[in-house]
Design a protein around this ligand. Sequence first.
Ligand code: MG
Length: 395
Amino acid sequence: MTPARPGPAEVYRSRVVQEERESGSLAPVASRSASSRGRLHAEEEHPFRTAFQRDRDRVVHSRAFRRLQYKTQVFVHHEGDHYRNRLTHTLEGAQITRTVARVLGLNEDLAEAIGLAHDLGHTPFGHAGERVLAEMLSSSGGFDHNRQCLRVVDLLEQRQVEYRGLNLSDETREGILKHGCHWTHPVRLPELLDQRSLEGQVADASDEIAYLNHDLDDGLRAGILHFGMLESLPLLRDLVGEVQENQPSASESVQRAWIVRAMIDHWVTDLIATSTRRIEADGLDSPEAVRRNARRVVGLSDEVDGARREIKAFLFDHFYNHPAVLDRTQRAEVVVEDLFRLFTDDPSRLPPEVRERFSEEGEERAIADYVAGMTDRFALAEHQKNLDSAAGIDP
Ligand code: MG
């Protein structure tokens, strides 16, 4: 007689088995899913997914996550098929996050959930849209993409009849709030101590490593930046020299990939070594000790951080503020401002579900939530439809 099939609770890697493995294999400073601080709304545990795995899955299945595909990173996405958008940026950042979390013995599922969620609050057209909404709402609470991210996961996604939001764990919600919380949030906030978890700190550092490198790559690909311009940056000058010496026959695109790969590897290696040293130096032995520590411990060494700052300043000067990029940015600002004013002046143009939120959230906040949620192409289409004017950005 064949034995009965095991029930979900008995399968090899059921949640309980995975939680036990976490407690045996992760570093003492790692967050453990079995000791999660809980969710806004109590839920039964899942038979074979841990709390943080469920968070990651909920983020990936959200509407806001799918919309990242049509939101700009630096370029308007129609510019070419190989440039990053918010979705590919998010995936590149999450991939670095997982590598670092795994090497440091942290909770990879939590780090990944935070990494995948971190840009859900971005407006259409990148920081251009954010600047406009911050200005429009300056006297009524302001606007910031981190705050908006928490609004998306706590209030704006609708997956259940009983409550709004994705009902993520407090650990993932804490990780989303990069700079604390200085505004009114309609539901209970996660507990915020001096620092965030190491998983949150890793997601943050990895996000920056991802975007500086892929923006450099995109800037070079677009021909706005050239190898010759990198001479002023010692780290990049050395890498360009190295690749041209070792791979002289390689095409420019292969050389570019080589440089970006070498730079990510250099930074990630330094991030892991420096963070490990600081965790030991500060005597951190639990997630609570991390969150009560005087300093954040995940970061680059002073030397590598100096190079990072130089490269960031270089990208601001020569890429983010390049006339071709600024021109599109300014056109995008006009689109977002026009839409915000249009809906404020004539709310009848809004979908009914947005108007229904007026009494609860206030008119301006509900409109800002709606405009912030738009993809670039939806914003352009709404602009064209309602104002009958071309924004000068190719749809
Ligand atoms: Mg990001």
